[in-house]
Write a protein that binds this ligand. Structure first.
Ligand SMILES: NC(=O)C1=CN([C@@H]2O[C@H](COP(=O)(O)OP(=O)(O)OC[C@H]3O[C@@H](n4cnc5c(N)ncnc54)[C@H](O)[C@@H]3O)[C@@H](O)[C@H]2O)C=CC1
Ligand SMILES: O=C(O)CCC(=O)C(=O)O
Length: 386
């Protein structure tokens, strides 16, 4: 029986995925956590915790180094909510260009017998601009950014994308009409709208600050539906006050940007649609079951991908440091324990490596696992039986 602990509201569709060998929220000492935005920095991970799956894209709420030291694989569910974010961004582009919020507020407060005469006289204050023909810079052209680029192109916008780390797979999803910027500066200098879709990390924190905003033409609308802190709020406020930025639309409210007419804040609802929540929860539950039952790794953010058909009777999975002679030490130890290796696969990612070893012969399971765990630089050993 595997134990899964959930945090945040996980869609029922995902909870229903778990088969009879799983129990949910029966213990804190879980094999896996299924989470959304809960901040796990400072959380004391149980030693038994083998996997954390974030239903969604951003994993800056999980301390990866701490998880790795604990032998815990961390996953996300790429693309599960990308369409939801795209639709919200499209709404925000239109709301910003047509002054929809102030126009609706005016209409709601406007009453009296002469309402239609006054409306026709005063409505020019809400004159907008059309998106067609305008330029949108998309910063980060992954699952969300590529969809935003496609939708903006369909609205007749010129799209310029900046993403120095774009994966070959993601590149297939970008419309050919999207112009590629070699630098952030090149993306920003002619943009009427700038939309940020990068993960939050040490490189992207304050990626859009005073210098970057100054590169944008006067009157640019800035959108941040990625994470708070990627855009420097103080720089935004200064640029709005100076009339350089026209509007800031974001999913991440902080005191310094609240209660301004030129800022529209939504309460982190980019991925909050029934479809996205169901997608993420189902994908997350499947990820947990695959990893716990087969040891195969897909969509991990701290382990390399490694998928091997589970053909033998027994499988050892070993998460360890990516340093010389680990595979040699493991193979020598297994040979000494009379384990006949049917297949052995190893992959590495940055400082972490992962090995999958299949065998058909019985061996002293506890003794071998204990000895493997005693190798310096091994984070976790698991024995799986078919
Ligand atoms: N508001 C919300 O509810 C949601 C917010 N998000 C946020 O949006 C981010 C992006 O989501 P996805 O597109 O699904 O992720 P993704 O991983 O598919 O795409 C991110 C892209 O950013 C690029 N990138 C990374 N560092 C960069 C840099 N320094 N400069 C330019 N490009 C860079 C990557 O190469 C990648 O192509 C997530 O990390 C998350 O923080 C995602 C979903 C919902
Ligand atoms: O709705 C959620 O769980 C947050 C979505 C999100 O921010 C993400 O996927 O990165």
């Amino acid at each position: 029986m595997y134990n899964v602990k959930t945090f945040n509201a996980i869609a029922q569709e995902g909870l229903d995925e778990f088969h009879a060998d799983y129990q949910l929220n029966q213990t804190d000492d879980a094999d896996a956590f299924l989470i959304r935005s809960v901040d796990l920095h400072g959380y004391d991970f149980p030693k038994n915790l083998k996997a954390i799956v974030r239903c969604g894209a951003g994993f800056n709420n999980i301390p990866l180094d701490v998880a790795t030291e604990n032998g815990t694989a961390v996953f996300n569910t790429p693309g599960s909510n990308a369409n939801a974010v795209k639709e919200l961004v499209v709404a925000m582009l239109i709301i910003a260009s047509r002054n929809l919020f102030s126009a609706a507020q005016y209409a709601a407060q406007n009453s009296g017998a002469d309402i239609s005469t006054r409306t026709e006289r005063e409505k020019t204050q809400f004159n907008g601009t059309e998106l067609t023909g305008k330029t949108l810079a998309v910063i980060g052209v992954g699952h969300v950014g590529a969809r935003v680029a496609t939708a903006a192109g369909a609205l007749g916008m010129h799209v310029i994308g900046y993403d120095p780390y774009l994966s070959a797979n993601d590149a297939w999803h970008i419309p050919t009409t999207t112009k590629r910027a070699a630098t952030l500066e090149e993306a920003l200098v002619n943009a009427d709208y700038v939309s940020v879709h990068v993960p939050k990390n040490s490189e992207t924190t304050n990626m859009i600050s005073t210098k970057e905003i100054a590169l944008m033409p006067k009157g640019t609308v800035l959108l941040n539906f990625a994470r708070g802190g990627i855009v420097d709020n103080h720089a935004v406020v200064e640029a709005l006050d100076a009339g350089h930025l026209k509007r800031y639309m974001t999913d991440f409210g902080e005191p310094e940007i609240l209660n301004r007419k030129d800022v529209l804040v939504t309460p982190h609802i980019g991925g909050s649609t029934l479809q996205a929540e169901a997608n993420g929860a189902v994908q997350g539950a499947d990820t947990i079951m695959t990893f716990l039952e087969t040891g195969n790794v897909m969509h991990s953010v701290n382990l390399p991908s490694l998928e091997v058909p589970f053909v033998g009777k027994y499988r050892l999975t070993i998460m360890h440091q990516n340093i010389p002679n680990m595979v040699g030490q493991i193979a020598t130890l297994l040979a000494g324990a009379d384990v006949n290796i049917e297949s052995m696969s190893n992959a590495a990612r940055d400082k972490v490596a992962y090995s999958i070893i299949d065998t058909n012969n019985e061996f002293d399971f506890d003794d071998v696992v204990e000895k493997l765990e005693a190798i310096d630089a091994v984070y976790r050993v698991r024995l799986l039986k078919k």
